[in-house]
Write a protein that binds this ligand. Sequence first.
Ligand code: RP5
Length: 163
Amino acid sequence: MKKKPLVGIVMGSASDWETMQQAAKQLADFGVPFEAKALSAHRTPVELEAWIKKLAKDGARCFIAGAGGAAHLAGVIAAQTTLPVLGVPVPSKYLQGLDSLLSIVQMPKGIPVATFAIGEAGAANAALFAVAMLALGDAKLAARLQAFRKKQADAVKSVRLPV
Ligand code: RP5
């Protein structure tokens, strides 16, 4: 039987997938069950609300929300659940994602959204942050995260500069 998603990945448009697939890939690499959906805060608000409620009821532990432009998706999700919401600013056509970043990061006091870097690094890091949160109650996942960090450290230490 398919495992219930621990993380909900949502993006405002299918055009965000190019960026948000990095979050999906990272979670898959760690074996964390997730569900990824394109649902928009302004185009499909009713469906978005129903999906948030369903995932939360089924045991999801956090949401990763990626959107571009006037990116209110993460804030709208945070308004509807007390589960942690991790926001990923998606690069936009005219302002290269600075608009997305400011929209997500500038949540008014009281309803927080954790905000990550613009683009692919932000999507991957949001997933790694979700893994770190889940690892607090999962020793096997914590060991996998440690190994992932060690691999990166080893890669830096093995560099030989041509001098
Ligand atoms: C936002 O508008 C989406 O998150 C996307 O980044 C942006 C553009 O959407 P499309 O016009 O490509 O559907 O809602």
